[in-house]
Write a protein that binds this ligand. Structure first.
Ligand code: KG4
Ligand code: ZN
Length: 330
């Protein structure tokens, strides 16, 4: 069965066609990032207006590139929350209109749960998406979950202050680098010595929670008195401390939940150093770790379509009263 996915939670407008919850036939993404640059952050009004202007074209492209027509679509999955309200409403209204006019079943999807599902897209060997720990690290969230199944999710830990990607973005700003900071820090860190400066993430009362605002401030004070040429060492040492914390807590969560399956998702999951170190740690600890393809780490509609199918097959669905209230409270 073909599922059409629609994702408009932040500055992207994305549409995808996914077959049977896994095979991605197309995934189109149009970003309004260019228009927010001069403001130093996403302006919700600009994002939702651009989404309104582009959504029809993006959906058309995704159908065309998948070589299917709307009449072939058996389900529409759409991001319902969390995200920018005006942006979410564009996707929701569009999805409802198509669902109603063509009588196609509709399902509203939680954006974070979709990030978790991204690890199961386009995989050669099919892996059961049940009984695993998920680490979601993005610009807005840092969470550890236990997924019994996608309709039985337990929140194990979350950030107490900044999100992990946000910390990368803020440290990049401190170092005079561009937004988004994650990919640039990763690149510069390759030339630096990760053991040069002893940065450390702050402790938290609950061992599975995270805190990144302390390390960001430590970088700020260090950077103020840095000598020229040290920027790559600062980036490498910061990145290493953050990655070590993500790994330690993920391994602890797997131990507590007695599972050997770990899935990582969200923008920061594109980080090569994290992928490399976590894969090594997994081998030593007898864990199986699943990363999404890099193109599915950032916001995209394929993960929404994939999870939509999974939940629909389990009997879930939405009607036209679907709205963006956040009942899950992640
Ligand atoms: O999941 P995402 O596309 O959007 C949100 O839902 O937030 O994540 C974007 C975040 C940004 O903070 C960006 O700096 C970070 O992911 N990011 C990275 C890398 N690529 C993106 N952080 C570290 N290393 C990367 N390679
Ligand atoms: Zn996201």
């Amino acid at each position: 069965m073909y599922t059409l996915g629609i994702e408009t939670s932040c500055d992207e407008t994305s549409a995808a066609v996914v077959k049977d919850g896994s095979a991605v036939f197309s995934c189109e993404i149009s970003s309004s990032a260019e228009f927010h640059k001069k403001y130093g952050g996403v302006i919700p009004e600009i994002a939702s207006r651009m989404q309104l202007e582009t959504i029809t074209q993006v959906v058309d492209e995704s159908l065309k590139n998948a070589r299917v027509e709307l009449k072939d679509i058996g389900l529409i999955g759409v991001t319902k929350h969390p995200g920018l309200l005006g942006s979410l409403l564009v996707g929701l209204s569009f999805a409802k209109a198509v669902s109603y006019s063509l009588n196609i079943p509709l399902i509203g999807i939680n954006h974070l749960e979709a990030h978790i599902y991204s690890g199961f897209l386009n995989k050669k060997r099919s892996v059961s998406p049940t009984g695993f720990v998920a680490l979601i690290v993005s610009g807005g969230h840092t969470n550890l979950f236990y997924i019994d199944d996608f309709d039985k999710i337990e929140l194990l830990g979350r950030t107490r202050d900044d999100a992990c990607g946000e910390a990368f973005d803020k440290v990049a700003k401190i170092l005079g680098l561009r937004y988004p900071g994650g990919p640039i820090i990763e690149k510069i860190a390759q030339k630096g010595n990760p053991g040069k400066i002893k940065f450390k993430c702050s402790g938290t009362n609950s061992p599975l929670d995270f805190s990144f605002s302390g390390i960001k401030t430590a970088v700020l004070y260090y950077a103020k008195r840095r000598i020229k040429g040290e920027i790559s060492d600062i980036a490498a040492s910061f990145q290493e401390a953050v990655i070590d914390t993500l790994i330690d807590k993920s391994l602890l969560a797997c131990k507590i939940k007695k599972t050997n399956k770990l899935v990582v998702g969200g923008g920061v999951a594109a980080n090569s150093r994290l992928r490399e170190k976590l894969s090594d740690a997994a081998k030593i600890n007898d864990l199986r770790v699943f990363f999404p393809d890099k193109k599915f780490c950032m916001d995209n509609a394929a993960m929404v379509a994939g999870l939509g199918y999974r939940l629909f097959k389990k009997g879930h669905g939405s009607d036209l009263t679907l709205d963006s209230r956040d009942e899950d409270n992640f």
